[in-house]
Ligand binder design. Structure first.
Ligand SMILES: [Ca+2]
Length: 257
């Protein structure tokens, strides 16, 4: 019994794949922002971007890359993950415990929106919707399902890359039954089976990072690599396309799945 419990904790070594520029079938030029959450909804992209005093909720045209800020969050808010559930957008904040909720159809059609507010009693990083539930990362090795009412944790699971727990899970996206995750400071996307928490595949996106951030010089005394990390995944279920970007990246890349 004990042996089987121990064995069940280890996951098989995941496959690894390098994404090259030829795997990108479209590149979209965007005005850089501190991307914290990205998703696709009814033909448009929506973005949560962070930093105190600069946090925003924006709509992006996936054809032209033009970005429209729909709401400027209060200066004391550091915005984090974004998800859509039952025609409402949920935008969480890092440690301020405030959650901003927008009507999704208004966000599609109008050029500015006003949120309702709720609370989440914990730290928040990335967010997605999986099986009609909000799924949250908080910078640990675990992902948490939240109740729609009250935004409390109803279930959690640990994510494992082979035999080790995977820390610093960040922006998320539910794609065809699996969870795609950015990990803070890593240029891999980790594809996770949410049933057992095992990483089943790792995508190396280093080449895309190099192209998207080549305007930022490492010789610049103000250059901070942590401000340019991979952190944006959005899936369009109609086209099967996956949109990839990062903090302060100049481009968004579209991959076929
Ligand atoms: Ca996402």
């Amino acid at each position: 019994m004990l042996l089987s419990s121990v064995l069940s904790l280890a996951c098989p070594t995941p496959n690894q794949r390098t994404i090259e520029l030829q795997d990108v079938h479209r590149t979209i030029t965007i005005s850089p922002s501190y991307t914290q959450g990205l998703l696709f909804y009814k033909g448009k992209l929506f973005e949560s971007s962070g930093i105190y005093g600069r946090s925003r909720f924006s709509r992006i045209d996936p054809v032209t890359g033009s970005k429209r800020v729909l709401y400027y969050l209060p200066r004391h808010i550091f915005a984090e993950g974004l998800a859509v559930m039952k025609d409402k957008f949920y935008q969480f904040s890092w440690s301020e415990k405030e959650v901003f909720i927008y009507d999704a159809l208004e966000a599609l059609e109008r050029n500015s929106v006003r949120p309702n507010k709720d609370r989440y009693n914990g730290e928040a990083w990335g967010l997605t919707t999986h099986n009609d539930k909000l799924l949250l990362s908080d910078g640990t090795t675990r992902l948490h399902y939240l109740s729609a009412k009250g935004l409390t944790i109803t279930d959690s699971f640990e994510v494992k890359d082979g035999d080790k727990a995977l820390d610093d899970l960040n922006e998320l996206e539910s794609i065809k039954g699996n969870i795609w995750a950015n990990v803070w400071g890593s240029y891999f996307i980790f594809i996770i089976n949410p049933v057992d928490g095992c990483v089943i595949e790792k995508l190396d996106l280093t080449r895309l990072y190099e192209v998207a951030t080549q305007y930022a010089s490492e010789d610049d005394p103000n250059y901070d690599p942590w401000e340019h990390v991979l952190n944006g995944i959005a899936y369009d279920p109609l086209s099967g396309e996956v949109y990839i970007t990062g903090k302060n990246w100049r481009y968004m890349f579209v991959l076929n799945q």
